[in-house]
Design a protein around this ligand. Structure first.
Ligand SMILES: Cc1ncc(COP(=O)(O)O)c(C=O)c1O
Ligand SMILES: N[C@@H](CCCC[NH3+])C(=O)O
Length: 386
């Protein structure tokens, strides 16, 4: 539940806006850092989840590296002050321009997603006279048991190298002195809550680790990607994901060799709970079958419900205590029927002007917003006590 004092502070702020609780972000960062450090795990924060500069500033201040999926994300990480040897660059469609830029920055790793991409990186590395450090992203065919739109490690997904192509990749890497094959990379999907899924991933990583050894290649790094989920249903009860439980699966089941490093690319679990979309009720429309609350935020500000039927908890933070509870469909102003944040949501009676909080919106919220319908740029409000 939102603190009533906070609601009073927010009442004067122009809506809609993303509210970021930087105190919670810092608590989360402390927790991840402690859980990772005691196992000597390396964390790269996945920039795609949220690249708001104040958030990135803190993530960098806590010493995390960056996992990037575009040249601009690599550039952003450099600008924020992330050391290049903590920057990984993934993505199935890296352009020549992006590759050249990342080579010039001498980043930690290109996570390569196809044999052809490896050839191109090799050619560009020769031209730039820079070594490209390479991790091969393997598609392990592990079911992440999450929404099918955000699963990435199955045979039918476009991500990663098909196992049958690995011998060709090894040959390409061996033939080019500007390619340094240092590791393997996996990422099976996002919003994963079932820890057994990560155990299955470990088993696959072990198999591939052995396979490379059998082919005479010693890997320095194992990158197991990200994907840890958060509690969208109970953001107040569980504001922090259980990082200890997550890392302990890898500690227990990953058969890493003595000098191998284990890397993670965590996005959602770090930033989801610290963000809330605050919006104002413009109109209450009493339909024939249902009541609608029409907000001044829409799918343009938070696309997840329209795109994946994703659930976000919604609160009427202006409600008076003891107000009657009613069911509403919560919709936005955009000219699309999918512009909805929730159906049959039970809320204390909503009046024009009330503020509604759409919770757990810190990851894949602001970054996926658009200007469709020529909407305003999204605004922000930060809570930071120290
Ligand atoms: C390659 C890669 N690494 C890391 C992530 C971050 O995932 P998450 O936000 O689920 O931790 C993603 C997104 O799913 C990804 O595609
Ligand atoms: N955008 C997705 C997650 C995709 C993660 C990136 N591969 C979401 O909002 O849940």
């Amino acid at each position: 539940m939102f603190d009533p004092n906070l609601t009073r502070q927010l009442e004067g702020v122009e809506t809609p806006f993303y509210y970021y609780d930087l105190d919670l972000l810092k608590r989360t960062l402390e927790t991840v850092k402690a859980a990772a450090e005691k196992r000597n795990f390396h964390i790269h924060y996945a920039y795609k989840a949220n690249y708001n500069e104040r958030i990135l500033h803190w993530i960098n201040a806590y010493g995390f590296g960056a996992d990037c999926v575009s040249g601009n994300e690599v550039k952003k990480a450099i600008e924020i002050g992330v050391h290049p040897d903590k920057i990984a660059f993934a993505g199935v469609g890296k352009t020549d321009k992006e590759i050249r830029y990342a080579l010039q920055q001498e980043i930690f790793s290109f996570n390569v997603e196809s044999p052809e991409e490896l050839l191109v990186i090799g050619e560009l590395a020769v031209q730039e006279q820079r070594t490209a450090r390479i991790a091969l992203r393997i598609n392990p065919n592990v079911d992440a048991q999450t929404h099918h739109y955000i699963t990435t490690g199955l045979d039918e997904n476009k991500f990663g190298i098909m196992p049958g192509d690995l011998p060709e990749c090894i040959a390409v890497a061996k033939a080019n002195p500007y390619l340094e094959l240092h590791g393997i990379h996996f990422h099976i999907g996002s919003q994963i809550l079932e820890m057994n899924v990560f155990k299955s991933l470990c088993i696959k990583v072990n198999e591939w680790n052995r396979w490379f050894e059998e082919h005479g290649i010693y890997l320095r790094t194992l990158n197991v990607g990200g994907g840890l989920g958060v509690d969208y249903k109970q953001p107040d009860e569980f504001p922090l994901p259980d990082f200890d439980a997550y890392f302990s699966v890898f500690e227990q089941f990953l058969e890493k060799r003595p000098n191998q490093e284990v890397h993670f690319e965590i996005g959602r679990a770090i930033v989801a709970q610290c963000g809330t979309l605050i919006s104002k009720a413009l109109y209450i429309k009493k339909g024939i079958k249902k009541h609608f609350v029409i907000l001044d935020a829409g799918m343009t500000e938070l696309m997840r419900p329209a795109l994946y039927q994703a659930y976000h908890a919604i609160e009427n933070i202006s409600a008076k205590t003891g107000a009657v509870q009613l069911h509403y469909d919560i919709v936005g102003p955009i000219c699309e029927s999918s512009d909805s944040f929730g159906k049959e949501v039970l809320l204390p009676e909503v009046h024009r002007g009330d503020l509604l909080a759409i919770r757990t919106a810190g990851a894949y919220g602001e970054v996926m917003s658009s200007r469709y319908n020529l909407r305003d740029e999204i605004r922000h409000y930060f809570k930071e006590t120290d």
